[in-house]
Design a protein around this ligand. Structure first.
Ligand code: FES
Ligand code: FE2
Length: 375
């Protein structure tokens, strides 16, 4: 699968063009700041569609969990003692405190810090201190959200009564994800958090093959050939190939025994809010874009993954890489999108433009517009 992508990328480099959209596209600057538009995005997209909430390898063993807030919903994705992965509301059934404050961990019980109600790894309520003093209660456990695993990725919907129709939603993306063999990865369980002035400003960065050689010219863009990307669309989702300079050494039809990842980078953008960067080689970076409760609040939660378990000397290697990426994204991408966020008022009812060479971004904004018709 990736050989075919590599040959398309090499062709793009030869002819000096990326895959292109039909024409440039204008997006109103208010799309990033209008509270009503944001409400539509949350109600019509985030609270409805299947969301990629985790990789199954993040919760490999019973009791492994990962927890984060999304659109004001505290979630915990946990593998139960029965082997099943569930997405639960991280909200105590007593009076609503979070049952875990950690972003990830392993636990036999999730115990609420407030009054110590405890839940097992399936979410069932198993302990109420002073139960004989409390009176009769009719509480099964933590609220469970519909959850399904596909190609090593965990999908859930924030609507407890919602349905997951992943065949329709993924539209072939699952085959591309399967080629990454996600189950083989091991998470480095130290998170990076990055603040953002709007979730779509962050999303634009992940879908953009045009900025790498400019904004990142002294860091991660040094070995990249910019603006020659491949773009593939699977329903609302986008796969982007990025050429590395080494691709110029590849002759057509000349087999090479070097790994594909020497010649190209790869991003799967899983709509609406997850970027999987890499995975075609031995490393993977997962970024969850987590819109907050208001239009101007968002944060990105990033984890690094490796094909081998992160033990011994690997811990220092993983931590160094984590810090390197954190610095690049914070000092280059985030610094820029905060400038854009601050400029939105100055732009007023003006527009931004996505070029023919930015079809990934165009696809994102078209998809959002389709889901959020006005009035
Ligand atoms: S709020 Fe959780 S035990 Fe009281
Ligand atoms: Fe970037």
């Amino acid at each position: 699968m990736f050989d075919e992508l590599l040959s398309r990328l090499r062709d793009n480099v030869r002819r000096g063009l990326p895959d292109q959209a039909e024409q440039p596209m204008r997006v109103p600057a208010s799309a990033y700041s209008d509270p009503e538009q944001f409400e539509r995005e949350m109600n019509e997209i985030f609270l409805r569609v299947p969301l990629m909430v985790a990789l199954a390898c993040e919760v490999r063993e019973p009791g492994d969990y990962v927890a984060f807030d999304l659109v004001g919903r505290p979630l915990v994705v946990v593998r139960g003692d029965d082997g099943r992965i569930r997405t639960l509301l991280n909200v105590c059934r007593h009076r609503g405190a979070k049952v875990t404050d950690e972003v990830c961990g392993t636990a036999r019980r999730l115990t609420c810090p407030y009054h110590s109600w405890s839940y097992d790894t399936t979410g069932a309520l198993v302990g109420v201190p002073g139960r004989d003093t409390f009176g009769d209660i009719d509480v099964g456990g933590l609220v469970e959200l519909p959850t399904e695993v596909r190609s090593g990725a965990v999908f859930a919907t924030l609507d407890p009564d919602g349905e997951l129709d992943l065949d329709t939603w993924l539209d072939g993306l699952d085959d591309s994800l399967a080629a990454l063999r996600l189950d083989e990865f091991h998470p480095y369980r130290t998170p990076t958090y990055l603040d953002s002035p709007n979730w779509k400003l962050s999303a634009d960065g992940y879908l953009d093959g045009y900025h790498i050689g400019y904004l990142h010219r002294n860091t991660i863009g040094r070995k990249a050939i910019t603006n020659r990307n491949t773009y593939d669309f699977f329903g609302p989702h986008v796969r982007i190939g990025f050429a590395a300079k080494a691709i110029e050494e590849l002759e057509p039809d000349m087999p090479t025994d070097r790994p594909v990842s020497d010649f190209m980078s790869l991003v799967h953008y899983v709509f609406p809010n997850v970027s999987l960067s890499g995975g075609h080689g031995d490393t993977l970076m997962m970024s969850r874009l987590l819109p907050g409760p208001a239009v101007g609040e968002s944060r990105t939660l990033q984890f690094q993954f490796y094909r081998e378990p992160i033990v011994g000397d690997m811990v220092a290697v993983a931590e160094e890489k984590r810090q390197t990426y954190e610095a690049v994204v914070r000092d280059e991408d985030c610094a820029t999108i905060f400038e854009i966020g601050a400029a939105l008022r100055a732009v007023g009812d003006g527009h931004f433009i996505f070029g023919r060479n930015e079809p990934g971004n165009q696809h994102l904004h078209q998809t959002i517009a389709e889901h959020t018709p006005h009035g």
